[in-house]
Design a protein around this ligand. Structure first.
Ligand SMILES: Nc1ncnc2c1ncn2[C@@H]1O[C@H](COP(=O)(O)OP(=O)(O)O)[C@@H](O)[C@H]1O
Ligand SMILES: O=C(O)C1=C[C@@H](OP(=O)(O)O)[C@@H](O)[C@H](O)C1
Ligand SMILES: [Mg+2]
Length: 165
């Protein structure tokens, strides 16, 4: 199907590098988060605040399962890996690229994570979230792109090289 799906922690740069990569390789660009907002007619942070984490994860899984495209770069939301069906679907239509970044860089980039509308359980720390998520990104990824120290353009080239594009 020739699609590329970007997964990774919130703040890893999936949405930013995704659109740049799509432009350079001549693909379409989809951001799953925008599809969710469009479908629900609400901001992500409001869906999470009003409907709760589990409902958000369900909505996110439905939206990602419904993606049907060719020659697309798809930036997912960081919590997509909680939806097993969605990940199976995405793995069947795309090469999954995990954009990997250290906990310390992510913390610096994100600032106060609670203001960002992340799927973070009550009393769960960012460190705990990182430790919970990383094995899931590794599990579903076909390719890992180490993003440490790279600006957007450099990271785009790292991904392009990894995918031999
Ligand atoms: N390679 C990069 N180097 C430094 N900052 C970046 C890089 N990629 C993205 N950013 C910044 O990090 C923040 C999160 O980027 P974003 O693309 O929204 O991440 P994600 O979609 O993975 O949550 C934004 O402020 C963005 O400008
Ligand atoms: O990791 C998460 O829990 C989330 C990440 C967000 O997307 P980004 O990864 O693009 O920031 C968005 O899907 C939602 O707010 C939840
Ligand atoms: Mg994003």
């Amino acid at each position: 199907m020739n699609n590329i799906v970007l997964v990774g922690m919130p703040g890893a740069g999936k949405s930013t590098v995704g659109v740049v990569l799509a432009k350079v390789i001549g693909y379409q660009f989809i951001d799953s988060d925008l599809l969710i907002q469009q479908r629900e007619k609400k901001l992500l942070k409001d869906i999470i605040a009003e409907q709760g984490l589990d409902k958000f994860i369900q909505i996110e899984e439905d939206v990602n399962c419904s993606i049907d495209c060719q020659q697309c770069v798809i930036a997912t939301g960081g919590s997509v890996v909680y939806g097993e069906k969605a990940m199976e679907h995405l793995r069947s239509i795309a090469t999954i690229v995990y954009i990997k970044l250290s906990m310390s860089t992510l913390k610096k980039r994100l600032g106060d994570i609670k203001k960002r509308g992340v799927v973070l359980r009550k009393n769960q720390s960012f460190e705990e979230l990182y430790m919970e998520r990383c094995p899931l990104y590794e599990k579903y990824a076909h390719v890992v792109a180490d993003a440490e120290g790279y600006n957007v353009e450099e990271l785009m080239f790292v991904i392009k090289e990894k995918l031999k594009l």
